[in-house]
Design a protein around this ligand. Sequence first.
Ligand SMILES: [Mn+2]
Length: 325
Amino acid sequence: MLEQEIQKLISIINKSQRILLVTHRNPDGDAIGSILAMQNFLISLNKEVTSFCITKPAENFNYLQNIEDIKNDSENLKNQYDLAILLDCGDMGMTKITNKLEEIKFKFGIANIDHHHTNPKYGDINIVISKASSTAEIIYQIMRISHIKITPSIATALLTGIVTDTGNFAYRSTTKQSIETASRLLSIGADFEGISKAHVYNKTIDILKLWGIVMRRIAFNKELKMVTTALFKKDLENLNLNEEAGEGISNYLNNLSKKNKFSLLLKEYETGKVKGSLRTTRDDIDVSTIAQKFGGGGHQKAAGFEVEGKLVFNNGQWQVIKTIK
Ligand SMILES: [Mn+2]
């Protein structure tokens, strides 16, 4: 079934000339790695490719070849393409250009390549594999099936997706398949050292200080066996850091023992808005269902949402309270 969808995508790619690639806002390593791998792969097939992400990628991605090709302004989008491929987008809204995508004419429709458990399969072609560690791992399968040569730069982009979405092969999303794929990518010449430097061993003293502040705020809800903590915009300002400094904190909370059911990091970067990142290591908890209750989504073990309100510490617990406008 899935193999059929992959074959269908390959044949549509062969028929297409102008292809639009889109990934989600605030792109992570899987989003950037997937879009660049796909872009470089399609260029090798002599396709005309536009890569789009509404947020400019963080500077630590600069080791990736052709990163500068990713457009951030929807003015750069044409009115017509043969095909759109959405990468690592659990729903179309994650692109933040849904309206624009509805306006553009796509001769062969939209392909949805993703691994989010909550993906509603919004594409005309859907290659959604929730057990895949990353979208990059799925793209590797597509490339393998299409017998196109994977260059070292494509391998580095794909390995970036696997390394970042598995937390350097530490999270439960790490499987036999993801390690095998990573091993093949290393044989092709993927730059694992460069990836580790950019995404794992990249913390400054100020970032660690910020993490310390957040760890000191940990609260435990006995009833829900939930661990919560909070991060505020002023914490970043005091240390002269940007939002990226908070990257990884929610995953770090996941190092807690399994006596805790799940962790929740609440971030108030904007007055009146709170983002939540949920993590669990337990098989009996599905944090994506919790995130969905608050209008978000994600994976069984990692999910997120955004709500309106103010983040406060009340009766030993972090809470989001509704504010009256
Ligand atoms: Mn991903």
